[in-house]
Design a binder for this molecule. Structure first.
Ligand SMILES: Cc1cc2nc3c(=O)[nH]c(=O)nc-3n(C[C@H](O)[C@H](O)[C@H](O)COP(=O)(O)O)c2cc1C
Length: 332
């Protein structure tokens, strides 16, 4: 079917996935510099938000250069989701994304996230209410089904969501029961995109530029969304853009570039979170330093320190001393 206007931006869209404790403002900023065409906030618990929880309110704060960013909300009650969507609209979101895919028991067990997949009628009614309550486009991020269905509900669900005015759907091509296990089956994204005019984003197991190309070719989707892969390799955005827009294969980041990236990210994390920014930078060390010569030893030293100043010193030292790390070597 002919594609409609996309809230996800130009096709093919290459999006940074919403990831709790990962896709925060510092990480969105650095991913954008590498070519992420649109970012999502971490999911925001609507009940906490409406109770005035500081952490949830902070997630709604978008800096002027943090654009386009969609604010993702989750909850079990359509009325609180509606109120939160209105707040997200006022906060300057590019659009509102409703999480209907989270499998985590404390969320799905309470009727939010993927639990909506067990009650498709209520899910469609809830989405209709949100669409009617805000001027911004409303999108849904979900999975192919809850699990064990013979025929996954996603295709019919997507048609019904389109009918009530939802502007786009991200399909994480697993069931909720699969959590993150087993292979994502992109054929469901293909079937979904074939059934609707609104853009469908294919998500699940997309890690490299070549994965982006294959997923787009196999599904005909309007874009792809990358989650876990970017935690260790955000350069996938740059490589995907080059491949998809110009058919070019660009060189992987040099050792120096990897270290420079971590230095920038550490500084951004500290600016956003204070000295504790050193801890959330740690999750990127294994993937980013692991493959480089001397990276394991550096990683061990970085894990051992609680001081962001010391972490910065270690990274800068490594960058400045070619005898510690070979300079300017491309890493596969
Ligand atoms: C650490 C982590 C946090 C996540 N947090 C969210 C979230 O806040 N909202 C959401 O819709 N999905 C969340 N997800 C799911 C991802 O957005 C994505 O759908 C999933 O990881 C599959 O994509 P991938 O194979 O590229 O990782 C999270 C995943 C991970 C690994």
């Amino acid at each position: 079917m002919a594609p409609a206007t996309s809230p996800y931006g130009d096709r093919p869209a290459v999006l940074l996935a919403p990831m709790e404790d990962v896709s925060d403002p510092p990480f969105r900023k650095v991913c954008r510099t590498l070519g992420a065409s649109l970012c999502f906030t971490e999911f925001v618990n609507v009940d906490s938000l409406l109770k005035g929880d500081v952490r949830s309110q902070r997630k709604l704060r978008l800096a002027p250069d943090d654009h386009p960013t969609a604010i993702q909300i989750y909850g079990a009650d359509p009325r609180t989701l509606r109120e939160a969507a209105i707040l997200a609209e006022q906060a300057g979101a590019a659009f509102i994304d409703i999480n209907c895919g989270c499998w985590v028991p404390r969320i799905a067990g309470r009727g939010a996230g993927a639990a909506w997949l067990r009650e498709p009628d209520r899910m469609v009614e809830m989405a209709a209410l949100i669409v009617q309550s805000v001027r911004l486009p409303v999108t849904v991020k979900t999975r192919i089904g809850w699990g064990l269905e013979e025929q996954m509900p996603i295709v019919d669900l997507a048609r019904r969501l389109e009918d009530v005015g939802v502007s786009g759907i991200t399909v994480h091509c697993r069931t909720a029961k699969m959590r993150h296990d087993g292979a994502a089956d992109w054929s469901w994204a293909a079937r979904t995109q074939a059934a609707v005019r609104i853009p469908v984003i294919c998500n699940g197991d997309i890690r490299t530029a070549e994965d982006c190309r294959r997923a787009l070719a196999q599904t005909g989707c309007a874009g792809v969304m990358i989650g876990r892969g970017v935690i260790s390799y955000p350069w996938v955005f740059r490589e995907a853009r080059a491949l998809l827009q110009r058919g070019e294969v660009v060189a992987p980041p040099t050792v120096d570039e990897r270290l420079a990236f971590l230095i920038t990210l550490l500084k951004e994390n500290v600016a956003w979170r204070g000295p504790d920014g050193v801890f959330c930078t740690r999750r990127h060390y294994a993937g980013m330093l692991g493959p480089i010569p001397g990276g394991e030893a550096l990683k061990a030293k970085l894990y051992a320190t609680k001081s962001w100043e010391r972490a910065l010193e270690l990274l800068e030292e490594a960058r400045a001393r070619p005898d510690v790390l070979p300079p300017e070597r491309a890493v596969a």
